[in-house]
Design a protein. Structure first.
Length: 134
C-alpha cells in the first residue's frame, strides 16, 4: 500500500491517494505521521472500490502530527477485487510551505480479511515537497 500522487496542492490543501493491491481485504486501519508544523490532517474518504453495502469509515487527527484512519466493510462482502487500485483519499491543510514526509506507523497499520485475519501487507509513505520558487 502506497501513498501516491498529489491530486491537488493549491489553496493550502494537499490531497494524497492511498493505493495498493489488497485482494480480499475486508478492512484497513493505519496511522500516519507527518510534520505538524507543515501539515494538519483534515480527513479521509474510502474510494468507490469499497462496494460493500455498509462501509464504516473513521478518520481523525489523534494529535498534531499523527492521524488514525479505519475503513472496514460490515456484514457479508467478498472483499476488494484484485489489482492495484485507489483505496482512499487523504486530505491535509498545508500550514507552512516546507517539505514533510508522510509515513505510515507500521506497528499500527494493517489489513484484514472477512474473518479478521491479518493479510500480508507493507506500507510506503510519501513526501510533500515545498512549492518551487519563481
Amino acid at each position: 500500500v502506497t501513498l501516491q500522487q498529489v491530486v491537488s496542492d493549491h489553496e493550502n490543501q494537499l490531497t494524497l491517494t492511498l493505493a495498493g493491491d489488497l485482494a480480499t481485504a475486508h478492512g484497513l486501519a493505519f496511522r500516519l505521521e507527518y510534520d505538524p508544523e507543515v501539515l494538519s490532517f483534515t480527513g479521509a474518504e474510502a474510494s468507490n472500490e469499497w462496494t460493500a453495502p455498509n462501509v464504516l469509515q473513521r478518520a481523525k487527527e489523534a494529535r498534531p502530527g499523527l492521524a488514525a484512519v479505519v475503513i472496514t466493510a460490515r456484514g457479508e462482502w467478498s472483499g476488494l477485487p484484485s489489482g492495484k487500485r485507489a483505496l482512499a483519499t487523504l486530505r491535509f491543510t498545508i500550514q507552512k510551505d516546507a517539505p514533510s514526509a508522510v509515513k505510515f506507523v507500521s506497528a499500527y497499520s494493517s489489513a484484514v480479511d472477512s474473518k479478521g485475519l491479518a493479510l500480508p501487507i507493507s506500507f510506503t509513505g510519501g513526501q510533500r515537497r515545498a512549492a518551487e520558487s519563481p
